[in-house]
Design a protein around this ligand. Structure first.
Ligand code: MG
Length: 496
């Protein structure tokens, strides 16, 4: 038995209703992005707002808070039990700090902001979104003040998404990464093996054929269709109702099939994390992935380390030719090149793995300035374009391909972007360790045989849920915390 302490067992009986609420809210969110009729959004937003406040109220119930206080001082708890206390303490601290009016205001503002952002993006007009972003930034500043921080207000927002992460850590991360990425980019262009463009990027596909290919790909990866689903949405995502009900979505642009294919493989990586959590953690506060950064390391591992490898391209070549007949004239090497075109581009989600983190750096710089009150929202579009030019050497011609491209700010997700870079770094770190520990790693990919890889990830990352905080989990599993050198080495190895 994972949970033995009687006090912990009592606590878990009391928190189960919180799990039930999040179970229900996950289903409502999934539905809102997939099948809900368009006009349902108003009532759904109200319902979600009320449920958020209800969940805050239940969490702050005297019984739960006093049990957590009491058990927090207790010795002899095992790692899982300590994990439960750590997670609940953190949640209680946050929810205690935030006044319910702020929680509601933020929920409502972001619900209103999302369609306005979409409209602004469609019409290429930042001014439509501007007042909403101004309000969101003001609210986020309040959140930072209520949550508290030692060095930088942005610390409070970072920690919300990635437990323990500081602005200082992100600065260090980018100081190391940026010049290296820049050098690697220059070398790639000089060598010329990896093309900037590929004609398949403009080639149309039949959506039904592509759906079948994605389904086949998930079967090959071992996606359990009796426990997990795939549907379609404007922005691909993964959501879980529990360990036995995990759902991913993908999208179909109708051309450039790698986008749909790699979205599907990416979300598979997220789903696998939730699916391989130790079943005895179900319904508890630690029965889910530990942080956005660790989660993204799983999706990027499958998408890039496996999906964009030469071994994988060669192995799936016959399958792709079968499902998408227009690809039959391309060799597997050609397919590999198509999967790995490298170029400075405007859109983050379409960026290659070399330039991707530069997109994150841009957002990180702007968010930090906004939260510190050093720039105004009205200055952001111009700064966005300038920084893109500084960092990538290209200047967006429209706001839609610049400052308005991402959904995150309209959802109030400030401090979220850096977790993408953490995911990229950690995915390369995992690749280093797995290819050392698992002699059959590359052969397994060539044979499309993924059980050993999945077992490895289960043991090192998945099964623990949120029992250990992200830094501790990496230390425990690999003997060191996050280290950007593996990512840089990976890029050099692959591209130079
Ligand atoms: Mg992701």
């Amino acid at each position: 038995m994972v949970f033995q302490n009687e006090g912990i067992k009592e606590l878990l009986r009391n928190t189960r209703v919180l799990w039930a609420l999040s179970h229900a809210m996950a289903l409502l969110s999934w539905d809102a992005e997939t099948y809900m009729p368009k006009n349902g959004v108003g009532e759904r937003s109200l319902a979600m707002g009320e449920l958020s406040v209800l969940s805050q109220k239940i969490l702050l119930d005297k019984k739960i808070v006093s049990l957590v206080d009491k058990l927090g001082g207790e010795e002899g708890l095992n790692d899982y039990e300590n994990g439960v206390i750590r997670v609940l303490k953190r949640d209680i601290k946050m929810m205690k700090a935030l006044p319910p009016e702020l929680v509601r205001d933020l929920a409502q503002t972001t619900q209103e902001a999302r369609p306005m952002w979409r409209q602004a993006k469609d019409k290429n007009n930042f001014n439509i979104f501007k007042p909403y972003l101004e309000k969101i930034i003001e609210l986020e500043k309040k959140v930072a003040e209520y949550l508290g921080y030692k060095e930088h207000p942005y610390d409070a927002l970072l920690d919300y998404y990635e437990e323990g992460l500081k602005t200082r850590d992100v600065d260090d991360m980018f100081t190391k990464l940026e010049p290296e990425i820049r050098k690697i980019m220059d070398d790639i262009f000089m060598k010329g093996y990896y093309p900037r463009k590929h004609e398949l990027e403009e080639t149309k596909y039949d959506v039904d054929e592509m759906r079948c290919l994605n389904k086949k790909m998930l079967e090959i990866l071992g996606y359990p269709f009796d426990t997990a689903r795939i549907d379609e949405s404007a922005h691909p995502f993964t959501i879980h109702m529990g360990i036995k009900d995990v759902r991913i979505t993908t999208r179909y642009e109708g051309y450039d099939f790698k986008r749909s294919l790699f979205s599907t493989i990416h979300e598979f990586g997220h789903a696998l994390y939730e699916l391989q959590i130790d079943e005895s953690l179900k319904t508890t506060p630690i029965g889910t992935g530990v942080s956005l950064g660790i989660h993204e390391s799983q999706s990027r591992f499958w998408e890039n380390m496996i999906g964009r490898s030469m071994e994988f391209a060669e192995a799936i070549h016959p399958i792709i030719k079968k499902y998408l007949p227009f690809t039959s004239k391309y060799s597997y090497e050609e397919l590999y090149k198509y999967f790995n075109t490298v170029k400075p581009s405007f859109i983050r989600t379409e960026a290659d793995e070399v330039t991707y983190n530069i997109h994150i750096l841009l957002r990180y710089r702007l968010e930090k300035l906004l939260v510190a009150g050093e720039i105004k929202v009205s200055e952001v579009p111009e700064l966005w374009d300038e920084e893109t030019e500084n960092l990538l050497g290209i200047r967006p011609k429209t706001h839609s391909e610049g400052v308005l491209q991402d959904i995150h700010w309209s959802q109030g997700s400030i401090g979220y972007f850096p977790t993408y870079t953490i995911g990229n770094i950690v995915s390369a770190q995992i690749r280093y360790y797995i290819s050392n520990d698992l002699a059959s790693f590359y052969n397994d990919i060539s044979n499309l045989e993924f059980n050993s890889i999945k077992n490895y990830l289960r043991e090192k990352i998945h099964r623990w849920g949120s029992a250990y905080e992200p830094k501790m989990l990496l230390k425990k599993s690999f003997g060191e915390s996050m280290n950007a050198k593996y990512f840089i080495e990976y890029l050099k190895d692959k591209y130079l």
